[in-house]
Ligand binder design. Structure first.
Ligand SMILES: Cc1cc2nc3c(=O)[nH]c(=O)nc-3n(C[C@H](O)[C@H](O)[C@H](O)COP(=O)(O)O)c2cc1C
Length: 368
């Protein structure tokens, strides 16, 4: 094995370099105070800022108050949200790990309970009151969920502007870039999918219409951030079983996003129409890697693979075989924050401690 397995080689997007290819996936914590991150978020990210990862994406964060998934979700829609995020980005900056904020709008899947309260829609019996949700069409995300209000065409520039403002605040908070949340049945995915988008105006109908809002959002975000700042886009490359968005549609979206200056597609899936959590679907390891592989090869847009990647040799092979540029993990990191160090050891990297903070590396080298 060479001194540097492909998983541990650097990777650059615009002016930002990831020291290795292992990225912390966005994970909602449902613990924010009126949109503001707090000690919990600092603690969560502290586990990974000291773990040797190559990059981090902080959780789905509302660009408007009503765009939050739950009342416990973080926001970036007010200037006073910046200070809390700054504490998180400082952790990563000290270790030379680029961090990104996932900016999103939950659309028809907003106004929900926290997962441990059932994750269903907030109702009049909830401690926090439900709010009116919005979507391309007045179609509930799941049976029994809120009926969203169909957005008027005149409101689309305001949505794009909210994403752009959120991106600017994210950079003010010290993030190195942003990831636009276009997955999991939330607003932008709900525009992409014919299942949830039943519009007949400019923002619906054929693929060009369904892609219009996601592309306008990407263009607005790109224009709001400096040239050297990467803009990532997380897509649900296909709907859940029973949905109607195809991988062909997403390949076309990726090409359009590349043309407006998006730098990488983070290739996820699902969320429409069943809204089932990925965990409930019992997928195979790496089940979404083929999306990242096809998009990368057919459009030239760099990709990130995610979903049941837990084995270091598998992660390394995905990068080595050119199936994706980066890999990202969520649940394995909940189990094992020290995964990158174990991966470096198992892949035979020379001086695996070199990926860790200097102090940890110093003592682990003595112990080796
Ligand atoms: C606790 C938790 C919270 C999550 N929150 C988000 C989120 O905020 N945004 C998002 O796009 N995906 C979210 N996901 C999905 C993950 O980013 C990831 O795509 C998914 O869990 C599959 O990767 P894994 O098999 O490594 O867990 C979440 C997953 C978990 C387990």
């Amino acid at each position: 094995m060479s001194a540097r397995p492909p998983l541990f080689t650097p990777f650059s997007l615009r002016g930002v370099t990831f020291p290795n290819r292992i990225v912390l996936a966005p994970m909602c914590q449902y613990q924010a105070d009126d949109g503001a991150p707090n000690d919990w978020h600092v603690t969560h990210h502290g586990r990974y800022a000291s773990s040797g990862i190559g990059g981090a994406i902080a959780e789905a964060t509302g660009v408007t108050a009503e765009g939050r998934i739950s009342p416990g979700c973080t926001g970036i829609y007010r200037d006073d949200h910046v200070a809390g995020w700054k504490r998180v980005t400082d952790l990563y900056r000290r270790q030379g790990i680029p961090s990104f904020l996932q900016i999103g709008h939950a659309g028809p899947k907003a106004s929900t309970k926290r997962p441990w309260d059932g994750a269903g829609p907030l109702d009049d019996g909830s401690d926090e009151p439900p709010w009116q949700t919005v979507a391309p069409s007045a179609v509930p995300a799941r049976e029994g969920w809120h009926t969203p209000r169909a957005l008027d065409q005149s409101e689309m520039p305001g949505i794009a502007a909210a994403f752009a403002e959120g991106a600017k605040r994210a950079l003010a908070a010290g993030f190195d870039g942003v990831e636009i949340h276009g997955a999991h049945g939330y607003l932008l995915h709900s525009f992409m999918s014919p299942w949830s988008n039943r519009r007949t105006d400019l923002y619906g109908g054929d693929l060009a219409g369904r892609m219009r809002l996601p592309i306008e959002v990407a263009r607005a975000v790109r224009a709001a951030v400096p040239e050297g700042t990467p803009v990532l886009y997380r897509a649900s490359c296909v709907d859940s079983a029973g949905g109607s968005l195809t991988l062909d549609d997403t390949v076309a979206l990726a090409a359009e996003l590349r043309a407006v200056g998006v730098d990488l597609m983070d290739c996820s899936g699902g969320g429409i129409p069943t809204g089932q959590r990925l965990a409930a679907q019992k997928p195979e390891p790496g089940f979404q890697v083929p999306y990242a592989e096809r998009i990368r090869h057919e459009t030239g847009l760099p990709t990130m693979a995610v979903g049941m990647i837990t084995d270091p040799a598998h992660a390394n092979a995905i990068v080595a075989e050119g199936r994706a540029d980066l890999i990202s993990m969520a649940r394995q990191f909940l189990r094992e924050p020290a995964w990158p160090y174990r991966a470096a050891q198992e892949l035979g990297m020379e001086d695996p401690a070199s990926i860790l903070p200097k102090l940890y590396a110093f003592y682990l080298r003595i112990a080796a």
